[in-house]
Design a protein around this ligand. Structure first.
Ligand SMILES: Cc1cc2ncn([C@H]3O[C@H](COP(=O)(O)O)[C@@H](O)[C@H]3O)c2cc1C
Ligand SMILES: O=C(O)c1cccnc1
Length: 354
């Protein structure tokens, strides 16, 4: 059943609505400004038209889906922080005290916190309990996940988007929590794009030079032990990925399937975006890259997906913090479509094209 489910989802994702993109472009050129002068806002407006089929879509509720999972590879000492921080931060999200909570309140987004693989028994009325297993296996020794676990995690993400879209959410952002997950993300980048370990591996939560060299060696070992097939994104995800990354891959594929914009956060979220784009290339047209993380390798990762970030904030936190900051800019693009006067309606002379 498992792999065919992914093939089915990938096959159902449709390209953007070309006619709506063209109609949006024509409308933008009638507005009281030199053509193209609103830059990326115009690009976003056209993309939203292509996603929704409407030139000025009603953007309703928005959610940042924060997928949380633990990493067996933490026993190799690849993070500056202990693995216990993952469940502790999940409780912080649920109590509203994390950076993503503050920034989501600021931008009017809801935080949907999902336990997809935390190595702890968590219960909370606001928690989406979707645990596939308690953390991944240590990728330096064996595959992080089985193919079945990988597909289950992806499916969890797809179904969550369906559920949320059914209760009025129209725009999504990716977020994550999982100590050790920059190791998995760097491994995905290295294998899927052939990027050198020296470029794909960064300092995550802030490791020193010695630990960085060790982290590189651990990733090299994980690749040597597992021999992931670079042409098979599910194989790579299972062997050197993570449960929350697989869950986000599902969220991204789900957003594309249900024709909703999906705002991509930093390094880890972009690793999920890369996997999604390899599973279903059309999913990339539903993605909006929010910001360029300070994590080394993020620029390379975005380039591999074909995305260009909206913001440069020198952030390197994850959780969805950069993605929720981009929500107001996306909403601003729709307001331009809805509220700006045209040359004709405002009596402004258009360009002298002689
Ligand atoms: C308190 C705290 C809050 C966080 N929120 C996100 N991350 C970020 O850091 C982790 C990845 O870095 P590494 O691979 O080096 O462990 C992820 O959990 C990511 O979401 C956090 C990390 C910490 C310590
Ligand atoms: O960009 C990110 O998502 C990131 C970078 C470092 C640590 N945690 C997350």
């Amino acid at each position: 059943m498992s792999v065919s489910y992914i093939e089915q989802i990938a096959g159902e994702i449709q390209p953007l609505n070309r006619k709506a993109v063209e109609a949006a472009a024509r409308h933008l050129d009638q507005l009281t400004k030199p053509p193209g002068s609103l830059g990326r806002l115009e690009e976003v407006a056209k993309q939203l038209a292509g996603i929704t089929g409407e030139i000025a879509p009603e953007l309703g509720k928005k959610a940042v889906v924060v997928m949380a999972g633990d990493h067996g590879v933490c026993e190799e000492g690849v993070s500056a922080f202990p693995a216990e921080v993952t469940p502790q931060m999940v409780l912080n999200f649920l109590n509203g005290g994390a950076a993503v909570n503050v920034l989501s309140r600021h931008t009017g987004a809801d935080v949907v916190c999902v336990d997809i693989g935390v190595n702890s028994d968590l219960e909370h009325p606001l928690l989406y309990s979707r645990k596939v297993r308690k953390g991944t296996r240590n990728m330096a020794k064996e595959a992080a996940m089985t193919p079945e676990e990988t597909v289950q995690a992806i499916r969890t993400g797809v179904e969550l988007v369906k559920e949320l879209a059914g209760s009025g959410y129209t725009m999504f952002a990716t977020g994550e929590m999982g100590i050790g997950n920059t190791t998995a993300s760097s491994a995905l980048l290295a294998v899927l794009t052939g990027t050198d370990i020296g470029v794909s591996v960064g300092r995550g939560t802030g490791i020193d030079d010695a630990k960085l060299l060790h982290k590189q060696a651990v990733i090299e070992r994980a690749i040597a032990v597992n021999k992931p097939d670079a042409d098979n994104p599910l194989d790579v995800l299972a062997k050197v990925g993570g449960l929350e990354i697989a869950g986000l891959t599902g969220v991204i594929l789900g957003a594309a399937l249900y024709r909703c914009p999906i705002v991509i956060d930093g390094f880890i979220s972009s690793a999920a975006a890369l996997v999604a784009s390899r599973i279903a290339p059309l999913s990339a047209s539903y993605m909006i890259a929010s910001h360029l993380s300070q994590e080394q390798g993020h620029a390379r990762l975005l380039e591999a997906v074909g995305l260009s970030p909206m913001l440069r904030m020198d952030m390197r936190l994850g959780e969805g913090t950069g993605a929720v900051l981009a929500f107001p800019l996306i909403e601003a693009a729709v307001k331009i479509m809805k509220e700006m006067a045209t040359f004709a309606s405002a009596g402004v002379s258009s360009a002298d094209n002689h």
